[in-house]
Design a protein around this ligand. Structure first.
Ligand code: PGA
Length: 245
């Protein structure tokens, strides 16, 4: 049985209520069988890992190099030093705004795993692919492109299905659509990541709120959520957690 996760992706934001109150509220919750993870911007990693009792910490990105002349980059081992347990890789904002390719993401994945970071690998189609009915093939290609040998040794692997058209748009996929897509993803994992396909947790992201959580979890195929906008408000984040049964 795959583990369940609820991940707060703050992106380049801080919670308006303040980092300390946010962490006190979320850290005070009984996580039940869900691993709670907070992904702050790089400079806050150490702080969040220091006060975030009951929570794990994720970085939002990492370099594909371990050290050297790479101005502005941060190596996986440095993220570990700052308390990061997980790293989000291949987020569509990295792919689209920073031109990250599957090949670069695969290199980051290999290095991150080899340095002890647990990857949260994001995949997802845009509206053009969805409307052309090419979703299964598109996601299978993304999974195939990241089938690195290090996956076999990874302690935990999380795959975040995030349809691009649903991210930050207020337009979320329906529970039925996500359940169908997760089935396609499981088939692709079985083909391309055979060593990991059964234990890989598949979570959903894209305009998740307390209101649409019941519909998304109804089919029972989702192992958790990667939440952006709604994760900046600890009450909303905890309400999503309460709905994740
Ligand atoms: P959103 O972001 O919840 O604001 O749509 C999700 C994400 O980008 O991970």
């Amino acid at each position: 049985m795959a583990k369940r996760y609820l991940i707060a992706n703050w992106k380049m934001n801080l919670p308006p209520e303040g980092v300390e109150s946010y962490l006190a509220n979320v850290g005070g919750a009984d996580p039940r069988d869900v691993t709670l993870v907070v992904a702050p911007p790089f400079p806050y990693l150490k702080h969040v890992s220091g006060c975030g009792e009951g929570m794990c910490v994720a970085a939002q990105n990492c370099s594909d190099h371990e050290s050297g002349a790479f101005t502005g980059e941060v190596a996986p081992s440095m993220l570990r030093d700052c308390g990061a347990d997980y790293v989000i890789l291949g987020h569509s904002e990295r792919r689209n705004l920073f031109s990250e390719t599957d090949a670069l993401i695969a290199r980051k994945l290999s290095l991150a795993i080899s340095k002890g970071l647990k990857p949260v690998l994001c995949i997802g189609e845009d509206l053009r692919v969805r409307e052309a009915d090419q979703v299964a093939r598109f996601l299978a290609d993304q999974i195939k492109a990241t089938a690195v040998p290090e996956l076999e040794t990874a302690e935990e692997v999380i795959l975040a299905y995030e349809p691009i058209w649903a991210i930050g748009t207020g337009r979320n996929a329906s529970g039925a659509m996500v359940a169908e897509t997760i089935l396609d993803i499981r088939h692709a994992l079985e083909r391309f990541w055979p060593a990991k396909f059964a234990q890989t947790s598949i979570i959903y992201g894209g305009s998740v709120t307390p209101d649409n959580t019941p519909d998304l979890v109804e089919k029972g195929t989702i192992d958790g959520f990667l939440v952006g906008g709604a994760s900046l408000d600890s009450r909303k984040f905890l309400a999503i957690h309460a709905g994740l049964r």
